[in-house]
Write a protein that binds this ligand. Structure first.
Ligand code: NAI
Length: 328
């Protein structure tokens, strides 16, 4: 269709925003036939930098970019939005307690959820990138009672992509031969990257790798702590890879996942795999027709069960904490 899709990006002037906006405008989010109108949402202090980014977007002369608007309030920022990428968040700073962090982010994601409820398009799809992503998504969804909960998701695709690379490298395989990896739980160090259902060129990944020690002492911690390793090396948190994962997530959601494979996304639980219904937790997911489905009926052994449960326990904790703060 030639009607532009309205894409709202919050935190547009941040480092992920800078890595994300040019790819959206070039057609990598929604495909080469879909024009986009960008709606950049920043806090007032971020507006000037967003204006500069808009100038650069103009200077790219992207044929698909049908317009750019800049806002400093969520009501206008989400008006008419079809896709919303919630990137801006309050980072944890030294000495900040977890409840302070959750309160500060509740102050961002509750009003954003309400603004989405009030003004977004009927087909709105929301991806929360800003941390703590799962719980921020839960708070936003709770303030958007008229939007189906399945339209809110949080990003574990970066973790998924990190795991794909680590597994392919270990196996000496092409990335395109690795399928059916899963990230379970929270986008945090408790996440569980699961290779027990994964395949490498059609063979069970655990048989190809045949190295339980690597799995436990290398793969799982490397994937789960990769964010910290990037900060250590780069002096700044993952930005281009996070933007890339956000593109992948929305692309999969809108255009579907390939036959015979799945991906990972944090979506609202229906109670599958012992994850309490209503939590936003990462699952193995497929997408068809613009809707995520949790991959059903996977066997979960005791090793995986313990790790899924530990990450889900952290999500329950975060949910209880925001609930106590009156944010749900
Ligand atoms: P950044 O600090 O460079 O940029 C954040 C931007 O958000 C700033 O420009 C700020 O002004 C803006 N902002 C803050 N509050 C806002 C609000 N209420 N409305 C609109 N804009 C607002 O941060 P960066 O590196 O771009 O990261 C953004 C978030 O993404 C962080 O929370 C980070 O932890 C998270 N992240 C998540 C990943 C994931 O895999 N889920 C991976 C990497 C980062």
């Amino acid at each position: 269709s030639t009607t532009p899709v309205n894409v709202t990006v919050t935190g547009a002037a941040g480092q992920i925003g800078y890595a994300l906006l040019f790819r959206i405008a070039s057609g990598q989010l929604l495909g080469p036939d879909t024009p986009v109108k960008l709606r950049l949402l920043e806090i007032p202090q971020g507006v000037k930098a967003a204006v500069g980014i808009a100038m650069e977007l103009d200077d790219c002369a992207f044929g698909l970019l049908a317009g750019i608007d800049i806002f400093d309030n969520p009501t206008d920022g989400f008006d008419g939005a079809n896709v919303a990428l919630l990137v801006g968040a309050r980072p944890r700073t030294a000495g900040m307690e977890r409840s302070d962090l959750l309160t500060a982010n509740g102050g961002i994601f509750a009003p954003q959820g309400a603004a989405i409820n009030a003004g977004a398009a009927d087909d709105i799809r929301v991806l929360v990138v800003g941390n703590p992503a799962n719980t921020n998504a839960l708070v936003a969804a709770a303030h958007a009672p008229d939007v189906p909960a399945e339209r809110f998701s949080a990003m574990t695709r970066l973790d998924h992509n990190r795991a794909l690379h680590q597994l392919a490298k270990k196996a000496g395989a092409d990335l395109s031969d690795v399928r059916r990896l899963t990230i379970w739980g929270n986008h945090s160090a408790t996440q569980y990257p699961d290779i027990f259902h994964a395949e490498i060129a059609g063979r069970p990944a655990v048989e190809v790798v045949a190295d339980q020690d690597w799995l436990e002492s290398d793969f799982i911690p490397t994937v789960a702590k990769r964010g910290a390793a990037i900060i250590d090396a780069r002096g700044a948190s993952s930005a281009a890879s996070a933007a890339n994962a956000a593109i992948d997530h929305v692309h999969s959601w809108v255009n579907g996942t390939p036959e015979g494979d799945w991906t990972s996304a944090a979506i609202v639980s229906d109670g599958s795999y012992g994850v309490p219904a209503g939590l936003i937790s990462s699952f193995p997911v497929t997408s068809t027709g613009g809707h995520w489905q949790i991959v059903p009926d996977l066997e979960i052994d005791a090793f995986s069960r313990d790790r899924i449960d530990a990450s889900v326990a952290e999500l329950i904790d975060e949910r209880d904490a925001v609930s106590k703060l009156g944010l749900l």
